[in-house]
Design a protein around this ligand. Sequence first.
Ligand SMILES: Nc1ncnc2c1ncn2[C@@H]1O[C@H](COP(=O)(O)OP(=O)(O)OP(=O)(O)O)[C@@H](O)[C@H]1O
Ligand SMILES: [Mg+2]
Length: 271
Amino acid sequence: MSLAVETYNLTKIYPKRGVFNRSPSITALKNINLKIKAGTIYGLLGPNGAGKTTLIHILAAILLPTSGTAEIFGHDVIRDSNRVKSLINYCSGQGSLFWNLSVRENLRYYSKLYGLRDVESFEKINTLLEFFEIEERSNVKTAYLSSGLKQRVKLIKALLNDPKLLLLDEPTLGLDVDMAKKIRAYIKQLSKEKEMTIVLTSHNMYEVDELCDELALIDQGQIVSIGTPTTLKKSISQLESLELTFSKYNGDPSSLLEDLVIRSTFRDGFL
Ligand SMILES: Nc1ncnc2c1ncn2[C@@H]1O[C@H](COP(=O)(O)OP(=O)(O)OP(=O)(O)O)[C@@H](O)[C@H]1O
Ligand SMILES: [Mg+2]
């Protein structure tokens, strides 16, 4: 199977900052070596500050590594960044839209940027607006949208050019439960039907478990473990993962805690 992404000792050090360089340099990624198979859904899972977004930014050719490199479908992200950008798209909660333009104007602007013909983009935008349940707000300036609705527009933007590699930084952040579920199903469908390679970051083990064929656990800029969700869950469960199922729930979250007596003994003590 061909590779969509391959990284070679990818390292990113953010330089010292601040007055008199008082804030120290930060090693966000350290010798990351990854191979991501084409057509799969790959998860990057890790705590805040682990380096997930930094890695995604380097793969999207919008941030240069300090050393090492990465290839997207065999194209180097540093030397061949324009070719890389034509093969990918990227969606992040941090990314912004043009606040003063409507939803539709934003999407038409990006379609032009991606070189789509007007007829083609018109149809595509309508279909996606409908799917993401935002067609009624399509003439509203994005400044007036809630963060969840903005996230939907950013996802639509990322799908406009049918990327071969879709990079999603916390794709369901801020979305309500139903929309998050719908988008997870859609991500699966894209991978299966369009053979799109999808790399996504998440803090949500449930999400990566449901979606990903393979995932890497990242902590402090280093890969801790790589495997399928099943193999990784097994290794974590020996450490500190605990799944609780409640049979009675009266709608008040605090009642769960009142009824809960945990007597599990963990490696280094009690929970
Ligand atoms: N532009 C920057 N300048 C300096 N340091 C940065 C910059 N961007 C990120 N960092 C630092 O690099 C490290 C990795 O950050 P990154 O945003 O990649 O983590 P993350 O895994 O995406 O975290 P989160 O789950 O909170 O989104 C952190 O210590 C962060 O503070
Ligand atoms: Mg991040």
